[in-house]
Write a protein that binds this ligand. Structure first.
Ligand code: ADE
Length: 344
């Protein structure tokens, strides 16, 4: 363990990615510490998306709201608008709730203990461990998909995911030490993201190769093994792009539930069978000369959606009339539908 640990940490010293929320290993050694607000924000953004996708959002957020107090004081709909495109909008609502809690109840300071971090809105076991390790150098066991993959390969774990999760967590715990916990967590993340990748891992560049059982067995990409997944159910809906000159009719979705609180196109229900032309017209939000404009596909965590898109010029009293430049504040599924209708 100690050999692998120090090989991976030395590799990180040379190869750490330069990330806007990160304090580089040399600076950390010189005593610099990251801003817990930036670590928290980055971890929430990175929960379901990649570093390249999240980075521009991180820059925009920290420019608009450089401190937790600034984010806590922000207008909630503005924050949701800035989050559009990152997906998983319940996270954006929890982000606002968490910022307000930390600013108002905790004097603007994030807790430095994993157990206290876990009590914050939107902070689960992974995120609590990541913030404790990265922001406060606490010896927390930070296990995400990258770390699971690295452990499954180092130890050639034959149990498939998700059953292997507890075993992989225990294996990862064996490496946690009070020496450089923040760097260790980030070293494993970087190794998983840049070397020990899901397909075609770059074993030639891997500091842990001499100790890796999957490499020794000659088939690192076979790990982690995965149980066959149940197929996602499909739902069907209709979305309506109603224009009045340069303006587009939008709605604000109800605060709770899928895409809650977000600016959106008006839609029908989303159900288990497709919508016919007649049903498309009947479910429209306003009486207008609707024309079908095609359909878009979108994959959510728990289902796939086929959305028929209809387009018309007309009026509707229930609309929030917005310029086309505001369409960017909608979740991607609606942006795709609006683009289809407006460029068709
Ligand atoms: N993925 C999740 N958190 C990360 C972090 N702090 N650095 C790099 N990749 C990450």
């Amino acid at each position: 363990m100690a050999l692998q640990r120090s090989a991976i940490l030395s590799w990180y010293d040379e190869n750490a990615r330069v990330l806007p929320w990160r304090v580089a290993p040399a600076a950390r050694r010189a005593g610099a510490r990251p801003d817990p607000y930036r670590v928290w924000l980055s971890e929430i953004m990175l929960q379901q998306t990649t570093v390249p996708h999240a980075t521009p959002y991180f820059r925009a957020f920290t420019e608009a709201w450089p401190t937790v107090q600034a984010l806590a004081a922000a207008d909630g709909t503005e924050v949701l608008g800035a989050w559009a495109g990152l997906g998983y909008y319940a996270r954006a609502r929890n982000l606002i709730a968490c910022a307000r809690h930390v600013a108002r109840e905790l004097g603007g300071r994030f807790p430095n203990m994993e157990a206290e971090l876990l009590k914050l809105p939107g902070v689960g076991p992974y995120t609590a461990a990541a913030i404790a390790a990265i922001a406060f150098d606490a010896p927390a066991n930070v296990v995400d998909g990258n770390v699971e993959r690295v452990m499954a390969r180092l130890f050639a774990v034959e149990t498939p995911l998700p059953q292997a999760k507890p075993q992989l967590k225990t294996l990862a715990a064996g490496f946690v030490s009070t020496e450089r916990p923040g760097d260790w967590a980030q070293a494993l993340m970087d190794l998983g993201a840049t070397v020990c990748t899901p397909a075609s891992p770059a074993c030639g560049r891997c500091p842990a190769r001499p100790h890796c059982r999957a490499h020794k067995a000659g088939s690192p990409e076979r790990y982690p093994l995965k149980s066959p997944k149940a197929e996602r159910p499909r739902r069907y809906g209709a979305a309506y792009v109603l224009t009045r000159g340069p303006l587009v009719a939008l709605v604000r979705r109800p605060p709770r539930g899928l895409l809650g609180g977000m600016l959106a196109l008006p839609t029908s229900d989303w159900r288990g069978r497709p919508w016919s032309d007649a049903e498309l017209h009947a479910a429209a939000p306003a009486c207008a000369p609707w024309r079908p404009a095609g359909e878009v596909e979108h994959v959510f965590t728990h289902f796939a959606l086929t959305l028929r898109v209809a387009r018309a010029e007309g009026d509707w009293a229930g609309a929030l009339w917005r310029p086309r430049s505001d369409l960017e504040a909608m979740p991607s599924v609606f942006l795709k539908a609006a683009r289809l209708a407006l460029t068709a």
